[in-house]
Ligand binder design. Structure first.
Ligand code: SF4
Ligand code: SF4
Length: 481
């Protein structure tokens, strides 16, 4: 019996070879032949793990049941809450709007409509700085706090086919809630549907601090299961996996119990090692199917529809209630927050109102993040509104947010070992510093998903992931493909 010495990243390296290769591996007591092809036709039957790093979990709010925040005095609803074309406001200053009323939409294909999270009066349409650094159009609403429900909110009739299902999902304004905000209706309608057989629900929640997905699994289990079943029914999928890191054993147990009670045997939980970045789409596909997914490849090309657990839960919620995506479950944490907790807030609530609901700041925060510490975005002000794909607000003190001074590389190789895709961050950093677009391209900078594992592990505190972000721009500007 011969054991392969190929780890995940070794495999990725191997897939760059011109010729396919056979190697023997062992699963249990049975030696099997595994077949590796190169990039354009990969199948890796091995259940090996890609490189990852152990980050402190800080899941301080895991036991905090979600609280519904009272309606704030003002909401500012962004018209850019998804990847793709921004929506145009359908309301004007002085209009009265109701909960669930559509207030923004566009004819663009890659888009999702936007609904009011409150009832009240539109007091203005503003342009404001977005968390991404550009400008967003915001519909400003002064709530009357009566929460009158719009006549548009109706429980949808059972869709007759996939086209009707997809149209309903778009109508609900659902987008990827794990961070990407890609319109979900498009994901449910892949071009190669005949080749797609699996649903993967991404419930890894590998970012430190964030527990909102964990709470969703415990609190909204029925909507989650309903969402899975609907997607599987209309997309004709054979099997579903709910992938959860093994640091959430209560969620795994809870979902297993619910699936058993419902007699569902075509959906199962899939336990992941609690290491970062197991929840990255490309890593998850490898962990479950043993298939290498390169940058730019869609989950559908790998035979699955892959969605965040909150997204799938919102699908189940919409078909049960007819209420579109108007509220968001968030984790509020960080050492500058007085009372860390999980809260359900109307979309458009300002960050400082959310923080006030959590007891306010303990001290002036040095850094506020939308999202987790690994891939979240630092925001310049807490005047910004919550958008659909926010899953956390983290506020850190001066002491915690201190940026460590960068020192010289000691060639320890840890960054290379940490990278799930076997990239060589030191070589990429050198190429970036030389502004060498061809070298960046040849070193596969475009395969970098900016997970930050290399920066995290680097004892010299080099901003390696950030350099890769800039490196990609250099390649793009040079027009190298
Ligand atoms: S940021 Fe990029 S180079 Fe660094 S570990 Fe992640 S994928 Fe690899
Ligand atoms: S982890 Fe940091 S110090 Fe070590 S080789 Fe990479 S860049 Fe250099």
């Amino acid at each position: 019996m011969i054991y392969s010495n190929m780890y995940g990243y070794d495999y990725l390296k191997a897939e760059k070879l011109t010729y396919g290769l056979f190697f023997l591996s062992a699963v249990g007591h049975n030696a099997i032949i595994q077949l590796c092809y190169r990039k354009d036709g990969l199948i890796n039957m091995g259940k090996k793990h890609l490189s990852s790093v152990h980050v402190s979990h800080h899941k301080n709010t895991a036991a905090c049941a979600s609280e519904v925040m009272p309606i704030p005095d003002i909401v500012k609803i962004s018209m850019s809450q998804h990847i793709g074309a921004p929506c145009k406001p359908l309301v004007a200053k002085g209009d009265y709007v109701k909960v669930g009323q559509k207030i923004g939409d566009t004819d663009a294909f890659v888009s999702a409509p936007i609904h009011s999270s409150v009832s009240g009066t539109v007091t203005g349409i503003e342009q404001a700085r977005s968390a991404a650094g550009g400008y967003d159009t915001l519909v400003v609403i002064e709530p009357d706090k009566k929460q009158e429900i719009s006549e548009e909110v109706q429980i949808p009739e059972e869709p007759k086919d996939l086209a009707e299902f997809v149209a309903d999902v778009r109508k609900a304004g659902i987008v990827g809630l794990g961070g990407a905000a890609f319109p979900t209706s498009i994901k449910f309608n892949p071009k190669n549907l005949d080749d797609v057989h699996y649903l993967v629900v991404n419930a890894a929640e590998c970012e430190p601090y964030i527990t909102s997905d964990h709470r969703t699994m415990l609190e909204d289990t029925e909507d989650l299961i309903r969402g899975c079943q609907l997607i599987m029914k209309y997309d004709g999928l054979d099997h579903g996996y709910i992938a959860i890191e093994d640091n959430k054993p209560d969620a795994i147990e809870h979902i297993n119990k619910a699936l058993k009670e419902h007699g569902i045997d075509n959906i199962e939980t899939f336990s992941l090692q609690a290491n970062y970045p197991k929840g990255a789409e490309r890593v998850l596909v490898y962990e479950i199917f043993g298939k290498v997914m390169n940058a730019g490849v869609l989950p559908a090309d790998m035979g699955c529809i892959l969605d965040n657990v909150n997204t799938v839960t919102k699908v189940g919620h919409y078909f049960r209630t007819g209420v579109p995506l108007i509220a968001k479950k968030l984790t509020v944490d960080g050492d500058a927050v007085k009372e860390p907790k999980n809260v359900i807030v109307p979309i458009g609530t300002l960050v400082h109102d959310v923080i006030d609901y959590c007891g306010g700041y303990k001290e002036e925060p040095r850094k506020i993040l939308m999202g987790g510490p690994m891939m979240g975005r630092a925001i310049p002000t807490d005047e910004m509104p919550i958008v659909k794909n926010n899953n956390a607000i983290l506020a850190f003190s001066k002491e915690k947010a201190q940026v460590k001074m960068e020192t010289a590389c000691i060639n320890c190789g840890r960054c290379h070992q940490a990278c799930p895709f076997d990239l060589i961050p030191t070589a990429l950093a050198d190429a970036y510093e030389r502004h060498d677009a061809q070298a960046l391209f040849d070193l596969d900078v475009n395969q970098c998903m900016n997970c930050g594992s290399c920066s995290y592990i680097c004892p010299a505190h080099r901003p390696l992931a950030f350099m890769n972000t800039l490196g990609k721009s250099i390649v793009k500007e040079a027009g190298i493909k």
